[in-house]
Design a protein. Sequence first.
Length: 654
Amino acid sequence: MGPNQGFGGTLWMIFLFALFASGSGENDRDFKMCGTWSHGNGLLTLAHDLKRGCGTITISANESSLSIRGEITAQCENSSVIKLDPSPGARERHFCVYWEPLLDQLWVEVNGQNHTLCWPSGLQGNCCTDLSQGSNKGTSTYGIVNATQRDDIISSKTHPAYEFFGEIINCKNKFCDEASQGSGDKVNMIEETVMRSKVLGNVVLPCALSSVVEMKEGFQGYNVTLPAPQGVPPQMIPSVHLPSCLKPPEKKKVKVVCTYFKNSILFQVRGSSKVDQNDIRILEDVVGITVENEIITNLPEPIRIGFHHSVIPTSHSRKCVSWDTKKDPTEVTWKKEGCETIQKGVEDTECHCNHLTYFAILVQLEPRPVRHLVALTVITSMGCAASTLSCVVLIYFLNTQRRAKDQSIGVHRGLAMALFLLSLLFFLTGTVANVGGNKACWAFGAALHYALLSSFSWMFIEVFHTFWLVYMVFSPSPNPYVWHLVGFGLPAVPVIVLLAIGKVYGVIEVVSSDDVNNPYLMCWMDVSPHSVGLLAHYFINLTFLAVVVISGLIMLFLVLRNIQNRDEWRKNKVAFLSIWGLSCLFGTTWGLGFLDFGQLSEFIPFLFCILNSLQGFFLMLRFYILDRMRKQSRSSLDGSTASSTRQHMLQEKS
């Protein structure tokens, strides 16, 4: 072995030791025996004589030699004497013997230097493991001091030798049992072990089937053929295409491991995951892809994984998902980001992903789709477009009014401006979500949320201002800046707080009952279970809405009770116009959202979308009709009495 090979082998063994010490070395089947070798000042050697079988292994030491002899290997046979580096004046050296039966690998570390006696030779079926200590030899001047087995002290005295006995077990079965227990990070050791086995091609385990591919210079992409479990037709096995960009350009060659898990029990959502187990499930097939010593993200060309599965009902959506190991490697958390779902048919789904981890198909078991989503979307879009234009006309109309002392104009204008912003943003939200993605929706969703809260605030101001006009006629109204501070300033506070928290606004999916696999995208708050957005929706949005609806209904009742006995209000046209106009001003139509349950859920959504998306148009129409009625009233009733002054103020308000 040349010097470069020796140096490379040393680095490889350091890497293996780091992996072994950090995770897989804690497996019950593996062996670790350490101690301090008390020796003389002469030439020191490491002698070993390893043979196949499952008998005993003896670790001994004397004045000049540390020896490992026995029959515990599955395939390795090695006998040699290695000269150790001299350490003048030193009479003690720390050493450890490591035995990993699944890989048939044994190495010795002496004073921090690794010596591999048996290299990995694939994953072994039956192997010699569970080494237990036999009888110790008597004490001596030279030998092993402070011996430990798996960090448990055996003896603090100096003994010339220690003997251990093994027994044969099925290492692959035990390895899979260990991987299936505990938290999600246990799954990683399957691919790590396959990578360390130095096998190219297929590796078969009871819990997983792997294919190891070596990417060399000039790698042009590769279609991986995963091994099929017994009794499973080859066409049912997932297909994997590795793009050429997967190979790191700075490396001449690197291995990639593709692992197929037929049973997804290792990956089921557990504990505090953000996905509700009652609503989703992972299909049986899971595919993991790992590149040797690399973390791969943001691939310019995605990897392609094809899944063949049983027929998924049309009422159940399916999405390609990947295991998000960044949040918590011990917790199974599936995410949709980074993967595109391509539906090839009712039984075939292809995932295009720009990173490497574990991939699967997530199926919505109990979807809550929106009925008639297409019709409701069209109605809302047309209504928002009409309201946007109507609010522009209304704002212009209010600005032309010469009644400078009438503060009702400023309140009406504030509501019109808030509704203009809400209608415009809601009209554009679908386009921004499809074109801009999460980055654009982060700001757009916050703006839409602000516009909604601002509209609710101005509706409440309309309620309060009407109360002031009707019941506090002789008291001066608050300054206009107070209205603007409440209407435009107050809604900004919760939005800024939510922006500071982060991960509240983005792209959300509204699933249609007609096509669950092609949801409508919009920019809004993330209202998934256990999210901050869901809490904000309940404590902010619904609180604002409840205050507006309840106060609006109370004020509507008080106003109508106060004017219903007057002759001019008994006319049907005026009564209808007043109720309709006040309802638009006070936001009571938004209360229809609380009635969306049971049999009412069939038509309430239509009524809700029609009335609220056209709110700006209704307000513009109301002010136009009232302005005409006001002009006709002035021409026919020039000498109005003092008793009509109160009604006139109310009419202007309503």
